[in-house]
Write a protein that binds this ligand. Sequence first.
Ligand code: PEP
Ligand code: MN
Length: 337
Amino acid sequence: MIVILKPEAPKDEIQSIVSELKSMGMDIQVNEGVECTVLGVLGNTFEIDADALTLHTCVDRVMRVSEPFKKANRKFHPHDSVIDVCGTRIGGDKLAVIAGPCSVESEEQIISIAEDVKKSGATLLRGGAFKPRTSPYSFQGMEFEGLQLLKEAKAVTGLPIVTEIMSPKHVERFDADVDLIQVGARNMQNFDLLKELGHTKKPILLKRGLSSTIEEWLMSAEYIMAGGNENVILCERGIRTFETYTRNTLDISAIPAIKKLSHLPVVVDPSHATGMNWMVTPLAIAAIAAGADGIMVEVHNDPKNAKCDGAQSITPAEFDVVMKQLSSIAGISGRVL
Ligand code: PEP
Ligand code: MN
C-alpha cells in the first residue's frame, strides 16, 4: 500500500501516521520527493482501513499496490534510484560503461584490457573469475586467483570491479573484495544466494534470467531488497526466443518497461544478448537511445584466443570506436558519457 501525502504536509503529522502504521506491525519506507512525500507500507496491509487513513488532513490519497514487487516498485519510490559503486554513480545523468573480458585469464590480459578500456572512458571493469559454463569441461574461471587479479587491475586503473558470484558460500569474500557483485542470468532465481546478498549493503548487478519475465526479474530484485539491501542495478542481457540467428534476443522494450515499473537503474549487455561482436555497437546505441542507464560490454585483447565468449568480444580499438559513437548519441536520453 502507498500513502501519498499532500504537498507541504507538516512533519509532525507525517510522523504520527508513521507511528500509527508501525504500531500495527507495518514496515514503513518514507520517500521525500520534491513535490510530496510518499509512504510505502509493507506488511499485512489488508488490516489497514484505507478510508480511515484518508481522514488525516495531510493525506492526499491511499492506493493499494497490486504488483507483487513492493520495494522495487516505482509507486513506492517515485524517483529514480542512483546507486553508488565505489564513487561511481549508476542511474544518474552520467551513463555507466562496464567493460572487460568475459573471463580473467592472466595478469597481463586483465591489466592491459583494464588500462585500454579506462583510456576509452569505461567507468567500471568487468571480468569473470567464477564462470557459469554450460559444459563442465569448459574453462570454469580462475576463481579466487582471478579475483585477486581484478583487485590488481583496480589498483592500477582505479576502476571499480564487477564480477559474478555463483555460490552463497562466497558472499562474505565478495562483499570484502568486489565493488559490484554480479548475479548471472543462470542464478537470477537462486533464492538462497539472493537472500544472502540481501544481508549485505553491497551494490548488486542482477542480470535477467534466460527465460524470465520482467515481473520474475523484479521479484528477484525484491528478494535482495526485502533483506535490506536496496542497492540493486538490473541488467537486460537478452532472453530466449524462437529466433536462433542470435544467441539471445535483446529485449529493448524491457528498458522503458522497467523505467515505468521500477525506480532501479537498468543497464544493457549487448554482448551476451547477441553473441556476435558486430552487433554490439548498434545494440548499445539502441539501448542508450531507449533510456538505459548504461551498458556492459565484453572487450578482449585477443578475441580469437579468448577462453570464453570470443565471438561476442570486441577489441579495445573497437571499444574506443563504440565509445565515440555513444558519446554523440548520449544526449538523446539527456545523458552524458
Ligand atoms: C557474463 O556476464 O559473463 C555472463 C555469464 O552473463 P549472463 O549471466 O548474462 O549469461
Ligand atoms: Mn561472457
